[in-house]
Design a protein around this ligand. Structure first.
Ligand code: ZN
Length: 299
């Protein structure tokens, strides 16, 4: 744990940790990357080895190392030294955190596929989000796109290194027979949400993309109810040790199959829902599940 309040106080950066727009557990400052927004939209947290940050305006994110390098104009080693001097408690491990690049879209699904401007969200997209109780921060965080001609929401799917693997498209008209499709460039299904896995060794598996949006980082969607061997390998390569399984309440034998498959390799904890999907949970329920599983608050 890094004492980010003490660090910001030390270099004279103004911070807030309460208020309407402050994410739970986060400290917020003005973003040094976009620089234009004076309303403290950069959330910072000190968990894990080198914490993390996320700007809700420009979308910049990464570990605290990247943030300190930017704020102080120092190199990687110096940033590590600075942060280590504000460390309290555990995580003395100094394994190098990879710096994430902002993902780039190279392949388009539709000619008119466009990034959604959160200042100007199309009505049909707004309805989708308000019906499901999601704020626009989801649009920014998960790089969502929209096709006006197809009336579809387009959700990019990335691997751990932010490589674009494909898209899920979602019908916004509520009239389509099949509400969503998964397109993978190589035709092979992969997990959704890996680009927000922090390397901490614990993940929760859920069924759908919206479950990931609701549950937050280190939660991965199966894009269905099954796990392939390739996806198992991906989890192993990402040094995942413990897997929580949180499927929709209506799931039967697929769940048992999934748990058996996981239990051969990982420590497995089955998380139960009395009704509905993880996407239906409210903020407090999400918080409770996350605290119990990850033993810490991330947002
Ligand atoms: Zn910013």
């Amino acid at each position: 744990m890094i004492d980010i309040r003490a660090y910001f106080d030390d270099i004279g950066i103004d911070w807030i940790d309460r208020g309407k727009n402050v994410s739970k557990g986060a400290v917020e400052i003005n973003c040094p990357f976009c620089g234009l927004d004076p309303s403290k939209h950069l959330g910072v947290w000190g968990d894990y080895k080198y914490g993390g940050f996320h700007c809700w305006v420009c979308g910049e994110k990464g570990s605290l190392l990247k943030l300190v390098m930017k704020i102080e104009g120092v190199g990687f080693e110096k940033a590590k030294k600075i942060l280590d001097s504000f460390r309290k408690g555990d995580f003395v491990d100094d394994e190098i955190e990879k710096e994430k690049e902002k993902p780039v879209i190279r392949r388009k699904l539709y000619v008119d596929m466009k990034e959604i401007d959160i200042e100007n969200v199309p009505v049909i997209v707004d309805r989708f989000f308000s019906l499901r109780r999601f704020g626009y921060s989801v649009i920014k965080k998960y790089n969502l796109y929209y096709s006006r001609s197809k009336k579809k929401l387009i959700i990019p799917i990335y691997d751990w290194k932010e490589k674009l693997l494909g898209y899920q498209t979602r019908d916004l008209t509520r009239r389509a027979d099949i509400p969503y499709y998964n397109y993978f460039f190589d035709g092979v299904k992969r997990l959704y949400g890996m680009n927000y896995y922090d390397g901490g060794g614990k993940v929760i598996l859920v069924e759908g993309v919206l479950d990931v949006w609701r549950m937050g980082d280190n939660v991965l969607s199966l894009l269905g109810k099954t796990l392939s061997h390739l996806e198992m390998l991906e989890l192993l390569e990402a040094k995942v040790e413990k897997v929580g399984v949180l499927l929709d309440s209506d799931v039967g034998e697929e769940k048992e199959k999934l748990i058996n498959m996981l239990a051969g390799v990982f420590e497995v904890e089955v998380l139960e829902l009395k009704e509905g999907d993880p996407a239906d949970l409210d903020e407090d329920e999400v918080k409770e599940i996350r605290e119990n599983f990850f033993n810490k608050i991330l947002f």
